[in-house]
Design a protein around this ligand. Structure first.
Ligand SMILES: [Mg+2]
Length: 334
């Protein structure tokens, strides 16, 4: 049952030293590595996993155990919870940081240059606090509420509408991670719930999924949604405000987990922030959880990420590893 995981982990560990050497040389890492022929006939080979030097696993035995139990539980026990910005969406493209949902609106022609400058100043002040691992939570939370509200207030001062949001997304070249289409289609095909839990802008996320033909009934988005007047103008934001520190059960709608979903006690969680690890807090009777963290910038956070997430993927702009794991669980159902 667990042979493929052991093979994966051995391969990952053997590559780790080489990866560090490359990183220190500033070499752009290749996220895709061909599965060796020694694995091609085993379970690992059948997964078509694109392993590389970019994978970090804190506790090989733990991951192996969790994956084995998840495979035994199959699709009926599984649900997926994912962040959106820089998790389902790309983090970087050709070495350049990709915009997040707030950025897309901020940088659009619907926000005046003076308001864009104000947002940049706000961002410069609050973002270091957002990613700080030393700022106590009781100090960080009110700062994050201020951060989000100040940005949203500027959006409300601007000439935004439902149609403007649609136009912004349609005109942007923002991309989802490579193989995100496969990921979401696989979940849909197997009727596995996907909760997209985002402190970004829910309306932008919906438009992104529309644009990429990824609107599926098994996918629910919990995020910051705008409210509109009868003419379609943006007039507010729905409560509760979701920011980076409260992505947990405290802001989930009461009907997030129906009686049917309560039986899905195994969770794959994807995120690009340590705060994303809270996203599964509301899962009833959580049994097994596998957390996958994406780290593309601020490499000084690697140790914290490795301690927080079960699997950390460095500069990997694909969902290939998640797809391989998902495929294994689905296949185990026969
Ligand atoms: Mg994110």
């Amino acid at each position: 049952m667990h042979m493929w995981t052991r093979q994966l982990c051995r391969k990952v560990l053997s590559c780790h030293l080489k990866w560090l050497t490359q990183l220190h040389r500033g070499v752009q890492l290749c996220a895709v590595r061909t599965v060796s022929t020694t694995h091609s006939t085993g379970v690992l080979g059948s997964l078509q996993v694109t392993h590389g030097d970019h994978v970090h696993i804190r506790d090989v035995g733990h991951v192996e155990q969790v994956l084995g139990k998840m495979a035994a539980g199959g699709r009926e026990k599984l649900q997926v919870i994912s962040d959106f910005d820089h998790t389902l969406s790309r983090s970087t493209h050709n070495g350049v940081r990709c915009p997040m949902t707030h950025d897309l609106v901020k940088d659009s022609r619907f926000i005046s240059e003076s308001n864009q400058r104000r947002i940049c100043e706000i961002w410069s002040y609050y973002y270091p606090k957002e990613i700080s691992t030393t700022l106590p939570l009781h100090e960080k939370i009110p700062l994050m509420v201020e951060f989000w509200n100040k940005i949203h207030d500027i959006f409300l001062e601007s000439d935004l509408s439902r149609q403007a949001i649609r136009t912004i997304v349609r005109e942007s070249d923002t991309q989802l991670r490579d193989s995100c289409n496969t990921f979401m289609s696989l979940l849909h095909k197997n009727d596995i719930p996907l909760l997209v839990f985002s402190a970004g802008l829910g309306d932008v996320i919906h438009e992104m999924f529309e644009k990429h033909h990824l609107v599926f009934p098994n996918c629910r988005v919990v995020s910051n949604f705008m409210t509109f007047d009868p003419a379609g103008k943006v007039v507010g934001f729905r409560d509760p405000l979701i920011h980076i520190c409260n992505k947990n059960r405290s802001v989930l709608p009461d009907d997030t987990y129906s009686s049917k979903e309560e039986e899905r006690t195994n969770v794959i969680l994807l995120g690009d922030s340590l705060n994303d690890l809270q996203m599964a807090d509301g899962v009833p009777d959580l049994d097994q959880i596998l957390t996958i963290g994406y780290l593309s910038r601020h490499m000084e956070r690697l140790q914290d990420f490795t301690e927080g997430f079960d699997i950390v993927l460095i500069q990997d702009e694909t969902l290939d590893v998640a797809n391989a794991i998902l495929g294994k669980i689905v296949d185990s159902d026969g």
